[in-house]
Ligand binder design. Structure first.
Ligand code: PLP
Length: 376
């Protein structure tokens, strides 16, 4: 047992150097002797800085790393009991019953099964434009028509238009929205939910929930008790730094949970991801520090952009959209040449560039590259 633990630890610290970076941020929660690794070379001048996928550069909680180490011994088991325990913990956290929780291999799996369950040839999918593309992409498999509704002038969802589409099976509302990092205000979302016909399902994707500090925003998880047609998706990939582990979930009423479960592979979530997720839920400091660090580093980037007289969409998440004032496609390549990976093109906003908020040293690299690219 002790040999396994020692080996496992070495393996994990190698694999999860970004987690070591987080341990350095919070020395009280140290995970033994972090070594430099491939995963954190993004911090080093010679490496590539990846700011393209809205990942969390601080990595998983040290408590999650420890829990995974301990869970190595359970790798031979199917995750049945572990899933139940995580489901119970999430039910408690969200003040719902365990029957109202469905776990997924990332919230991406939740999006997929929701689209499979609630759209079809006669049931359209309505999405914002631009928004996270996964739901629309999965709609192809359901032969569902995708109706794209342009974001409003504040880059929020135009819910008045989204509610008006006849023959809708599912409305996807991403809040905060990827790629714009904008929020749809809570009052608008509440009045939309009150208007949507009960036979139309609403999927609110709160992947970036933990980064929001605005009083105009609220999670709609508590409203799942009032609206049988509401599903709210969350993920462990963002604030919890577990994108590579694949764990997410949704909250909805039990009948809809069962309809989605019927579309899902059995046992799709690994026992390691579950162990890490359970431990993460106990680590409130990770959420608090992740949010405040993100806000602080994002402010640094905003201040630099202000000095350079570039504008951007006010961000409520761990990424932001910068108005480059010219076509962004060649600029993405220019950043790549400087070993800085920024986000992909979002066709409705061809002059905007999405950049993930990394660590301060990463964003200093970004700002240096930005000065060169913008001046070119
Ligand atoms: C808005 C949104 N939802 C869902 C996801 C999927 O995340 P995951 O499957 O890792 O939970 C992402 C990933 O970037 C996202 O931006």
């Amino acid at each position: 047992m002790s040999t396994t633990t020692a080996l496992s630890r070495r393996g994990f610290t190698k694999l999860l150097g970004a987690g070591a970076a987080f341990a350095a941020l919070r020395p009280a929660l140290s995970f033994s002797d972090p070594e430099p690794s491939a995963a954190n070379t993004a911090e080093q001048p010679a490496g590539v800085v990846r700011l393209s996928s809205n990942e969390n550069p601080y990595g998983p909680s040290p408590a999650a790393l420890k829990a995974m180490t301990a869970a190595f011994g359970l790798a031979w088991r199917y995750p049945d009991e572990s899933q139940d325990q995580l489901g119970e913990a999430l039910a408690k956290l969200n003040q719902v019953s365990a029957k109202q929780i469905l776990l997924g291999a990332g919230s991406g799996e939740i999006l997929k099964v929701a689209v499979a369950a609630f759209t079809g040839a006669e049931k359209k999918l309505v999405v914002g434009d631009p928004t996270f593309e996964a739901a629309a992409s999965h709609a192809k498999a359901s032969h569902a028509e995708v109706v794209k509704v342009k974001l409003n002038s504040s880059y929020g969802h135009d819910l008045a238009k989204m509610v008006d589409v006849a023959g809708t099976g599912l409305v996807y509302v991403c809040n905060p929205n990827n790629p714009t990092a904008s929020i749809t205000p809570k009052a608008e979302l509440r009045s939309f939910l009150a208007k949507v016909p009960r036979q139309t399902m609403v999927l609110v994707d709160e992947a970036y929930h933990h980064f929001v500090e605005s009083p105009d925003y609220e999670s709609v998880i508590p409203l799942t008790k009032d609206y049988p047609n509401l599903i709210v998706a969350r993920t462990f990939s963002k604030i919890y730094g577990m994108a590579g582990l694949r764990c997410g979930y949704c909250v909805a009423q039990p009948e809809n949970i069962e309809l989605m479960r019927a579309q899902q592979s059995w046992d799709s979530i690994s026992i390691m991801a579950i162990a890490a997720a359970r431990a993460s839920l106990e680590d409130n400091a990770q959420v608090e520090q992740g949010r405040s660090k993100n806000t602080e580093v994002r402010k640094y980037v905003c201040d630099e952009l202000d000095k350079l007289k570039f504008t951007y969409i006010p961000s409520h998440a761990n990424f932001m959209m910068i108005d480059m004032r010219r076509e962004v496609k060649p600029l993405i390549a220019a950043f790549r040449d400087r070993k800085v990976q920024v986000g992909r093109l979002f066709p409705p906003l061809p002059n905007f560039m999405r950049v993930t908020i990394g660590t301060k040293p990463q964003m200093e690299r970004f700002v240096a590259a930005f000065k060169e690219v913008a001046a070119a």
